[in-house]
Design a protein around this ligand. Structure first.
Ligand SMILES: [Zn+2]
Length: 496
């Protein structure tokens, strides 16, 4: 049963919007708009403002022209032709999530069977229909694609969303992966020398991508050339690295490193310069206790070079890892039949015996609870040392991590890591805005900022699981109906 928001809405289009608001919305987008009026007042709501401060009870929040125009002590207000009022006693508003590892694709494993055998090559189909709706429905109002496969589709999607023709969040479109030789992925370009890396960055920056991501097999010379060229154009570079270690990348000037501390290879046995190790970072994580000199030295280096770390905990708890909760029914509902089947195969695969060549070296599923805990400890230590920790789900294959739902799960896992709920929400909102250089517009709830807000039933500042109860998502002052967006993609994620 859906709770009812009491409001009288004047469903008229704004004559003059803010810079972010489209002049009008297509019929397709209007289907999902629940609140739109020249003035919107959220009354008697609890505010979690995204700065890490304690929640403030019983406030009115006023939205006008796509911005937050006032915040006042809670009071009853009458709706009028020009003013929509949402009575939100028992609800919380927080800033829209700034998702920093939010792909617009799915990874398909052709002919996967119940023995977890598939056939090559891995394929990466676009989720241009389902992913943007899943993100927005679940409270993500700004996201970075963190590596693209169909970059033109992502660029055009951003344009269509910003024009009001399609529903979805604001998008930082990351260019195609900067990858070296021997990629897992047949859809990725392979760079051979620094000149190619420079040319690649220029080509995609000219076409409108706003960030870059380096991938596992890129070598130091190409990574350096790409970083230097991107920086010349004021664009940032992140990486899911393997052939290059975290310390090496920090010294080359990278801006961000993906996957917490899971994919640093500096202590992997037989690690050779510029070659991805068999363990892909797992042996280093196993060896790097948070109070060890190696951990301290690494964190010092990252902080000194202002390298952010993106926590992507959901992707590491997906699959058949012991002690992890079952998938949420609403997530299963979003999956296509094929994606659901792949997910169930993954969950059912034998735990103990599974040490195939496709797993990181000599790691069984039984090791993963310890590895997740170790990574959480390192993320906490990095944050405590002044490092900028970002959050994203990394929705990929096997259905264990789904856009939007995964962003919420990431916040829950940050709380499991030891952050307070308001600190975890800050990491997923304010920190992302700061990294993107958009902290004056988004990432927290304050007068003058863009009205990108998530309305949640309950109180995630005391029960973080309440973050799953998203009711309405405001983007630039327009409220989207979470359930309607979810219904529109039921059974689609994994298909298109
Ligand atoms: Zn990823």
């Amino acid at each position: 049963m859906r709770p009812v928001l009491v409001f009288l809405s004047a469903l008229c289009l704004l004559a003059t919007g803010s810079a972010q608001q489209p002049a009008s919305f297509s019929k397709e987008v209007q289907k999902y708009v629940r609140v739109q009026a020249p003035k919107v007042i959220l009354t008697h709501v609890r505010i979690v403002d995204g700065t890490g401060h304690v929640a403030v009870e019983d406030q009115n929040v006023v939205l006008e022209g796509g911005k937050i125009s006032a915040m006042q002590p809670g009071a009853d207000v009458a709706a009028s032709k020009e003013t929509a009022v949402l009575a939100l006693k028992g609800y919380t508003v927080m800033p829209g999530i700034v998702g920093m590892h939010n792909h617009l694709f799915y990874i398909a494993r052709p002919n996967l069977d119940s023995q977890h055998h598939g056939e090559e090559p891995l394929l990466v189909p676009q989720m241009t229909f389902s992913a943007p709706r899943l993100y927005l429905a679940n409270g993500v109002t700004t996201m970075r694609t963190t590596g693209s496969v169909e970059t033109y589709a992502d660029l055009n999607l951003r344009r269509e969303i910003d024009a009001g023709h399609l529903p979805g969040p604001h998008i930082d479109v990351t260019g195609p992966y900067l990858e070296g030789a021997d990629s897992y992925f047949i859809q990725m370009n392979q760079l051979h020398n620094p000149a190619e890396a420079k040319q690649f960055v220029d080509y995609w920056a000219d076409r409108g991508v706003t960030s870059f991501k380096a991938y596992m097999n890129i070598q130091r010379a190409e990574l350096k050339a790409a970083i230097d060229e991107a920086h010349k154009r004021n664009l940032k570079v992140t990486g899911h690295l393997c052939a290059v270690t975290y310390k090496e990348a920090a010294e080359l000037g990278i801006d961000d490193l993906e996957h917490g501390f899971f994919v640093n290879t500096q202590l992997d046995p037989e690690k050779k310069p510029d070659v991805c190790s068999k363990g892909e970072g797992v042996p280093t994580l196993k060896a790097m206790a948070p109070d060890s000199p190696e951990a301290k030295d690494l964190i010092d280096t990252l902080v000194k070079h202002h390298v952010a770390i993106t926590s992507t905990l959901p992707v590491f708890e997906s699959g058949g890892i012991p002690g992890r909760p079952p998938l949420r029914p609403a997530m299963l509902d979003a999956l296509s039949p094929q994606a659901r089947e792949a997910y169930l195969y993954e969950r059912e695969k034998p735990v103990k015996e599974e040490t195939t060549s496709s797993s990181p070296a000599d790691t069984t599923n039984d090791d993963w609870p310890m590895l997740i805990k170790r990574d959480m400890e390192l993320e906490r230590a990095f944050s405590a040392a002044g490092g900028l920790l970002l959050a994203g789900p990394d929705p990929t294959g096997d259905g264990g991590v789904v856009p939007g739902f995964g962003d919420q799960r990431e916040i829950e896992l940050l709380v499991e890591a030891g952050f307070t709920p308001v600190e975890a929400i800050k990491i997923a909102t304010w920190n992302g805005a700061l990294y993107l250089g958009r902290q004056d517009q988004i990432g927290s709830i304050a007068v003058g900022k863009n009205a990108d807000l998530v309305v949640i039933k309950g109180d995630p500042s005391t029960r973080i699981r309440d973050i799953e109860n998203v009711e309405v998502v405001f983007k630039d002052g327009v409220g989207y109906d979470s359930q309607k967006l979810l219904e529109s993609v039921r059974g689609r994620y994994g298909e298109y």
